[in-house]
Design a binder for this molecule. Structure first.
Ligand code: UDP
Ligand code: MG
Length: 339
């Protein structure tokens, strides 16, 4: 959607797309990923640039990205000061690109599991006028049974608790500039990209795709990180768990009323039994219910604590070609902000 700015400067090439790729220990294939994406975007006739974010990798990922940026001025490299996680790396990439230079951006993985063959279809939907185009997984690729079950339980729970249906959703997304500008206005520190993008609203289309095999290396998500992401996502979108604590409390109150009446009756009628087992069981049940409830409340308090501290979502150690990448990819002057 090329448009002129107030000085009448019209982009030299056709459309400007920024491709944001978070990369954590992807030295084996990051360069090939860029080449394959090139091969699919060039025929589509779009001027494009890359924002490659190294999420504190300990292998040679930064070396590869940096040398790529040295050879190709349309590659912007961002290095985070440590591993902040994929969500933060995506935020860093979206923040590094200059919305005034981009008509849209595409977020995708560095391991080619989001097949670049779908990119022309994402662009076609965007050209039809949709502001958000999401890649939706038809199949989840090769995955352990535990991960498959975990994902299913997580999405079902999230759907039930928050009404947000993210079944088969992925981080492969195309965002129009308007959406990008709204994203950059979000101030929360704990982001869940996949869930927050639909929350922004705007018109929305989906493009199905099959998750491909990893191009190289292995997935770096540990079970603990996945569990943390799931808890973070659920508590970001729903406060229902807190209300469940109250409901649990009410259930116990009802139970204790019944038991209280029974105990009093037995005492008054002189047949009070030495209900030792009952006492122990009650203690255990109530004790664990209180602990779990406190835990749930604790999660929310820690989230409030994180937000109140106001620390940045990530820290950038260095960047290469931040502005240059946009200029080289085909624009001579920033565009006017969208109306
Ligand atoms: N990633 C990242 N930081 C991390 C973990 C992963 O930037 O701490 C990137 C990774 O390099 C890849 C994408 O996020 O581009 C998806 O990660 P991965 O392939 O490990 O996850 P999976 O495909 O198993 O969901
Ligand atoms: Mg992957």
């Amino acid at each position: 959607m090329p448009q002129s700015d107030s000085d009448g400067v019209i982009p030299t090439k056709t459309i400007q797309i920024s491709v944001v790729i978070p990369a954590f220990e992807e030295e084996l294939q990051i360069e090939r990923t860029v080449e394959v994406i090139d091969a699919h975007l060039r025929p589509a006739g779009v001027a494009h640039q890359y924002i490659l974010v190294d999420d504190g990798s300990r292998d040679g990922t930064w070396r590869v990205i940096e040398s790529l940026a040295a050879r190709r001025p349309d590659v912007c490299a961002v290095r985070l000061s440590r591993n902040f996680g994929k969500e933060a790396a995506i935020c860093a990439g979206l923040q590094a690109l200059h919305p005034e230079f981009s008509d849209a951006c595409i977020v995708m993985d560095a391991d080619l599991q989001h097949p670049p063959e779908v990119l022309p279809r994402l662009l076609a939907k965007w050209r039809e006028g949709f502001h958000i185009v999401e890649g939706v997984k038809i199949s989840r690729g090769r995955e352990s049974i535990a991960n498959r079950i975990g994902a299913r339980v997580f999405y079902r729970t999230l759907g039930r608790l928050s009404g947000v249906n993210l079944d088969n959703a992925s981080d492969l997304k195309l965002l129009d500039r308007k959406v990008l500008e709204s994203w950059n206005r979000l101030s929360e520190k704990n982001t869940f990209f996949r869930g927050l993008v639909p929350w922004l609203g705007f018109s929305h289309a989906t493009v199905p795709f099959d998750v491909a095999e990893r191009a190289g290396g292995t997935s770096k998500w540990s079970k603990l990180q996945l569990a943390r992401l799931a808890v973070n996502a659920i508590t970001s979108f729903s406060s229902l768990p807190l209300q469940i604590v109250t409901i649990l409390g009410l259930c116990f109150l009802a139970g204790s009323l019944v038991l209280g009446i029974q105990t009093l009756y037995m005492y008054l009628s002189g047949i009070a039994v030495t209900g030792f087992t009952t006492v122990i069981l009650l203690l255990l049940i109530i004790g664990s219910a209180i602990m779990i409830s406190l835990g749930i409340i604790g999660i929310y308090i820690s989230k409030i604590f994180d937000e109140v501290k106001g620390r940045p979502r990530f820290i950038v150690a260095e960047t290469v070609h931040a502005r240059e990448a946009a200029r080289v990819a085909g624009l001579t002057s920033p565009r006017a902000p969208s109306p």
